[in-house]
Design a binder for this molecule. Structure first.
Ligand code: UDP
Ligand code: MG
Length: 330
């Protein structure tokens, strides 16, 4: 059952919905909420809602949002039964949002709230997707910097899509885009790539990311590598083809060189003086082929595991109704 702590006092479709994924952000949450509130009330008055998605936090995040909701009637809270990851938290928030424009923003203070008016005015002048592009990497370690640069380069080369380097989850989508987004049910997902895939009228706003207010980034190296791999596997099948081509090439080359050596050594008795031993030739060839087979098996495994998680048809997240605050009960 959804606890009804408040009644939505305004129209069901406010101008702006703000979706904020939260994972253990208790330390900075009050400050973040205040700064967010100041900016949006200045921009749209009372015509907003804030949807906080507590992604299974183990600290006081849930409690703090509840306290905030007591004094701010336009705050909703969706609470997951465990940590499902930011992509799922965003999906839940977007599904729940009723606004005409829906803005996604991190709850750790890294996305500057002061730019929200710019996002809205870009939307008002016709953009259906407004993307925040981060221009600095000051607070990132070398791993994230180098990793993300190469990820974009490789991704854009291999897929038919163009991800703009630095384009982030700090973005605004129109209600129409929200509707289309909710039709996408794939499980290993990267929200920004999916929104880019949808197309629509796009606009870009550059921003400098702040340092995290408190705590540590929930996305460690392992999670980032997983996210990058997932988006490759879910959005492009080029690696599969690549190994197909490589297979053709290697088979062709080994066939030709095998035949050449066979003719030169065995039929013509080594007129060029190569003196290959049969064992050396065979073992090099075998080693090479085994390597290729293993590599292609690895790629197949990636795809099969993708199909596997897709075919399980699990929901993207599980909401804990007891811990959530929502304006409508379904
Ligand atoms: N987050 C989340 N679930 C997670 C990890 C992070 O909802 O499992 C939230 C987090 O609270 C923050 C946003 O997603 O609001 C971005 O997370 P983080 O700062 O860890 O990532 P980064 O800034 O490195 O992209
Ligand atoms: Mg962050």
């Amino acid at each position: 059952m959804t606890e009804k702590l408040y009644q939505m006092p305004h129209t069901l479709n406010p101008i702006l919905s703000v979706v904020v994924p939260l994972y253990n952000e208790a330390a900075g949450l009050n400050v973040f909420h205040k700064s967010l509130l100041t900016v949006i009330t200045k921009t749209v008055g009372d015509n907003y809602e804030i949807v906080y998605c507590d992604d299974g936090s183990t600290d006081d995040t849930n409690k703090i949002v509840r306290a905030i909701a007591k004094s701010s009637p336009r705050v909703e809270l969706i609470s997951f039964s465990r940590n499902f990851g930011k992509e799922s938290a965003l999906a839940a928030g977007i599904a729940e949002a009723n606004g005409q424009a829906i803005l996604m923003i991190d709850g750790d203070g890294q996305h500057p709230v002061s730019l929200i008016p710019e996002f809205l005015s870009a939307w008002r002048s016709g953009s259906q997707v407004v993307v925040g592009v981060r221009t600095n990497n000051l607070n990132e370690g070398w791993f994230k910097r180098v990793g993300s640069k190469n990820f974009y380069r490789l991704f854009n080369r291999l897929s038919q899509q163009d991800l703009v380097p630095g384009s982030s989850d700090f973005r605004l989508i129109d209600r129409e885009v929200q509707k289309a987004f909710l039709e996408l049910h794939e499980s290993d997902r990267m929200t920004r790539a999916l929104i880019d895939w949808l197309g629509f009228e796009r606009n870009f706003i550059e921003y400098q990311a702040n340092a995290r207010m408190h705590g540590i980034a929930g996305y460690n190296r392992r999670k980032l590598i997983q996210l990058a791999t997932n988006s490759f596997v879910s959005l492009t099948s080029v690696p599969l083809y690549l190994f197909g081509y490589l297979g053709i090439l290697i088979t062709g080359v080994s066939l030709v060189s095998g035949l050449t050596i066979f003719v030169e050594q065995l039929l013509l008795n080594d007129p060029l003086g190569w003196k290959f031993t049969g064992t050396a030739m065979l073992s090099i060839l075998l080693l090479f082929l085994v390597g290729v087979v293993l590599l292609s098996q690895g790629v197949l495994a990636l795809y099969i595991s993708h199909i596997h998680s897709q075919s399980r048809g699990r929901p993207l997240y599980v909401i804990d109704d007891k811990k959530s605050l929502r304006s409508r009960s379904e």
